[in-house]
Design a protein around this ligand. Structure first.
Ligand code: NAD
Length: 261
């Protein structure tokens, strides 16, 4: 499939799933806008690596997506630099693990702002550009936690269930405009996000690192394997193709069977 001539904005693409999706789009010929935090030299290496490896253009926005004003700037960077936003992947997300009664208020606000509200703000800014072209793809990285819950992840589960609902609503609104809106809902993917929650899960549940990996994380996945970032990226690429033009409003699980239980 060719995405040559398309522009893809992928939020939270300096790491993990988002970076793999941005690279997969670039491999298909799309220009990409990277976003997220990290060491400047590593981000620049990822950006220039995409340009040289795939012969496309890659821009980078440091926008903090918990700030609605910054989100306008992210979409404007894409349209000013490349003339359009054809593909939008709302992927940026963070996790925090704690019992509800001890959950820090600022962590609740941050997770709802980033994992849920930022997708509303990016879509609000990008949809007019997609409507003008009569084509668009919006992909939200939700989670198995958009379908089922786990204890101690109240904000994350609330935000991910929320983005699944936002996806359906947007899909219905945009169904006649050539724009599809879907969620990809991975189970556990081995990325910095998963690795970094292990210490808090050890504390919250009184377990060792090995016990968290075997008895909490992989326990949820009948295949007993982590999903890979490249598998998630391959599904995102598929959703941008003609073969997926009738898939909209879907919440596509890629979770080793987790939510089948
Ligand atoms: P990651 O930590 O590797 O990447 C998160 C990205 O978000 C990074 O680029 C980071 O810089 C960026 N980010 C964080 N705060 C931001 C902010 N305020 N503004 C802009 N960018 C910000 O994590 P990941 O595992 O690749 O997660 C990506 C998405 O996939 C998240 O939405 C996550 O909830 C979802 N997800 C992950 C898994 C998993 O097991 N890793 C499973 C299901 C869903």
């Amino acid at each position: 499939m060719s995405l040559t001539g398309k522009t893809a904005v992928v939020t939270g693409s300096t790491s993990g799933i988002g970076l793999a999706i941005a690279r997969a789009f670039a491999k298909e010929g799309a220009n990409v806008v990277l976003n997220g935090f990290g060491k400047p030299e590593e981000i620049e290496a990822a950006r220039t690596g995409i340009e040289t490896e795939f012969d496309v253009k890659a821009a980078y926005s440091p926008a903090d997506l918990t700030k609605p004003d910054a989100i306008g700037g992210l979409i404007a960077l894409a349209t000013d630099t490349f003339g359009s936003v054809d593909i939008l992947v709302n992927n940026a997300g963070v996790q925090f693990v704690s019992p509800i009664e001890e959950f820090p208020l600022e962590k609740w606000d941050q997770i709802i702002a980033l994992n849920l509200s930022s997708a509303f703000h990016t879509m609000r800014a990008a949809i007019p550009h997609m409507k003008a072209k009569g084509w668009g793809r919006i992909i939200n990285t939700a989670s198995a936690h958009s379908l089922v819950a786990s204890p101690f992840k109240s904000a994350y589960v609330a935000a991910k269930h929320g983005i699944a609902g936002l996806t359906k609503s947007a899909a219905l609104e945009l169904a006649t405009f050539g724009i599809t809106v879907n969620c990809i809902s991975p189970g556990y993917v081995w990325t910095p996000l998963v690795e970094s929650q292990i210490p808090d899960t050890m504390k919250a549940r009184g377990l060792t690192k090995e016990q968290v990996i075997e008895d909490v994380l992989l326990k949820a996945q009948p295949t007993k394997e982590f999903v890979t970032v490249d598998q998630v990226a391959a599904l995102a690429v598929f959703l941008c193709g003609d073969g997926a033009s009738q898939i909209t409003g879907a919440n596509l699980a890629m979770d080793g069977g987790w939510t089948a239980q």
